[in-house]
Ligand binder design. Structure first.
Ligand code: ZN
Length: 276
């Protein structure tokens, strides 16, 4: 009975990887105390001023905003108490704040891979005029929790949110990327926009030479109802699993700067294709 054992293993690995959750519990922020408003008398009210002649024309396109979510974080493994704390994960479920992620057999960790690829994608998008927001500032911290990562995308009003991961199937022959999206959708953004972002990302990764997953989803797409970051998103969002870190060929690409640049270029192109 080899298959059931493998299936259970893959499920466990998936649970550990695909859930972008986050780290340190932070106290709820309290709004700063406001000063009492100053009374304005009618003599203080200035007459309305006309807009300057060189103001932005009404047909100018607003600058697109993209949130990149590099999976996991460098100090997650050393802080199990923080990352195992349960947080809301959508659909009425609670899940651990975040997980450690996986690694290649040689020990190159997923959090380092996702951080490096996200920085490369950020630079490529910024060069095209996109404003990019990352869900974590470096690869040395804990978390943030999945719900906090989703909040970054929601509060930024992002045109697209892309979470970047790599998988850790113990089946060494399993390989290829897949793009996960929330299904069934919980809001309008998780419907057509997220599905279009997923299919555009899948098509662009394929046209950049990356093979679709041999072991998860169908034709490179994977509808999911169990990933907190996707469930809680109110913006178009996908999660890209770039491949299997336990597959020797893909592990070599993940561990190489040139390989990571290739993934970054394809992901950036997918985002730009979606935005266009
Ligand atoms: Zn992951």
């Amino acid at each position: 009975m080899r298959r059931p054992v493998l299936a259970v293993t893959c499920l466990l690995v998936l649970a550990g990887c695909g859930s972008p959750a986050a780290g340190t519990a932070r106290p709820a922020s309290t709004p700063p105390a406001t000063t009492s408003p100053t009374a304005i008398t009618t003599t203080d009210v200035a007459p309305p001023t006309p807009p300057p002649a060189n103001s932005t024309p009404p047909d100018a396109k607003p600058q697109p905003v993209v949130v990149l979510d590099p999976g996991h974080n460098g100090a997650n493994a050393a802080n199990p108490g923080a990352i195992n704390k349960l947080v809301p994960a959508g659909r009425g479920r609670m899940k651990p704040c975040n997980t450690t992620g996986t690694a290649t057999n040689a020990g190159y960790p997923e959090h380092a891979f996702t951080w490096d690829v996200a920085v490369r994608v950020r630079d490529l998008l910024a060069a095209q005029g996109v404003r990019v927001v990352l869900t974590r500032p470096d690869d040395n911290g804990v978390g943030p929790c999945v719900d906090q990562r989703a909040a970054v995308g929601n509060q930024s009003g992002a045109n697209a949110v892309v979470s970047i991961h790599a998988d850790g199937s113990t089946n060494a022959s399993a390989h290829g990327f897949h793009v996960a999206y929330s299904a069934p959708p919980l809001n309008e953004a998780q419907g057509e926009p997220s599905l279009r972002l997923a299919s555009t990302m899948r098509d662009t990764l394929s046209s950049n030479g990356f093979a679709t997953s041999t072991y998860i989803g169908s034709a490179g797409l994977s509808p999911r109802d169990d990933l907190g970051g996707l469930n809680l998103s109110e913006r178009p969002m996908v999660l890209v699993e770039c491949g299997n870190m336990r597959n020797a060929t893909e592990a070599a690409a993940f561990a190489s700067p040139d390989g990571r640049q290739g993934y970054a270029a394809a992901i950036a192109a997918g985002i730009l294709a979606y935005l266009s």
